[in-house]
Design a protein around this ligand. Sequence first.
Ligand SMILES: Nc1ncnc2c1ncn2[C@@H]1O[C@H](COP(=O)(O)OP(=O)(O)OP(=O)(O)O)[C@@H](O)[C@H]1O
Length: 262
Amino acid sequence: MQTPVSDTTALKPRITASGVQVYYDTNHALKDVSVNILDRTTTAFIGPSGCGKSTFLRCLNRMNDTVASARVEGKILLDGQDIYDKRVDPVQLRARIGMVFQKPNPFPKSIYDNVAYGPRIHGLARNKAELDEIVETSLRRAALWNEVKDRLSAPGTGLSGGQQQRLCIARAVATGPEVLLMDEPCSALDPIATAQVEALIDELREQYSVVIVTHSMQQAARVSQKTAFFHLGNLVEYGDTQQIFTNPQDPRTESYITGRIG
Ligand SMILES: Nc1ncnc2c1ncn2[C@@H]1O[C@H](COP(=O)(O)OP(=O)(O)OP(=O)(O)O)[C@@H](O)[C@H]1O
C-alpha cells in the first residue's frame, strides 16, 4: 500500500550521502551523488542497466571495499557517523546495514545456523536460549517461521528459492540492523515468491530503513515511498514515488518511466 506523502515528511534521515563519486580504475561510474535515505521508509533505486544503482547501493555498507579497482570519494554518514572513517570496522558496519542479494545465497549450513551466524560472530546472545530467541524472532520477521519451525536443523539450501530469499532476509535482520539494502531481491523468484517478499518489505520498513534496487518500475511503485532515478552515473531525480511516476521533473526521468530510454 502506498504511504501518503505526509507520512514520510516527518521521518529523519538515517543515511546522508554527499558528493559521492565512484571510479572503477578510470571508469567514473558514479558522479557526485547526494541524497538522504530516510528512516522507516522504502527507497527504490531505478534506472537503466549500468547507470550505477548497484554501485551506489554497495557504497552504503562499504561492499565496494571488496572490489580492488573501486575508489569511493565523498561522504556517507549513518546516524551522523562517517562510515568511511578508518576507525569503522566494515564487518560491524554490515551488521548495522544488512544486505540481501539478487540470488538467494544461504550458507551451506542448517536453517538455524544461517540465522544464528551473525548474532554468534557479533556476540549478541549470552546463551543458547537467547540465541534461540533471536533465531525465532528473525524468522518470524522474515515471514518464514511457520514454514521452517519443525525443521530448523535441515539445510538452508534445501528450501525453495523464495524461502531461501526470506532466510537471507532473516539472516540480515538477525544482527539488529538499522538499514536493509536489497539488490534486486526478487529477480530470481517466481511471481508468488515475489509477492511474498514484497509484502515482507512493506512490513520491514515499519522498523528499518529499506533500500531496494529494482529493474521493475511496477515493483518500485508497489513497495517504495521514495524513488531515486539514476542515469549514466548521475542521480537525476529523487522524490516521492508517486510524484516520480506521475509528475517527473526531469525529461530523462520521464523518458525512462514512459519506456523511451532503458
Ligand atoms: N566490480 C566492478 N568492476 C568494474 N566495473 C564495474 C564493477 N561493477 C560495476 N561496474 C561498472 O560501473 C558502472 C555502473 O554499474 P552498476 O552495476 O552499478 O549499474 P546498475 O545500474 O546497477 O546496472 P544493472 O541494472 O545492470 O545491475 C558500469 O559501467 C559497470 O560496468
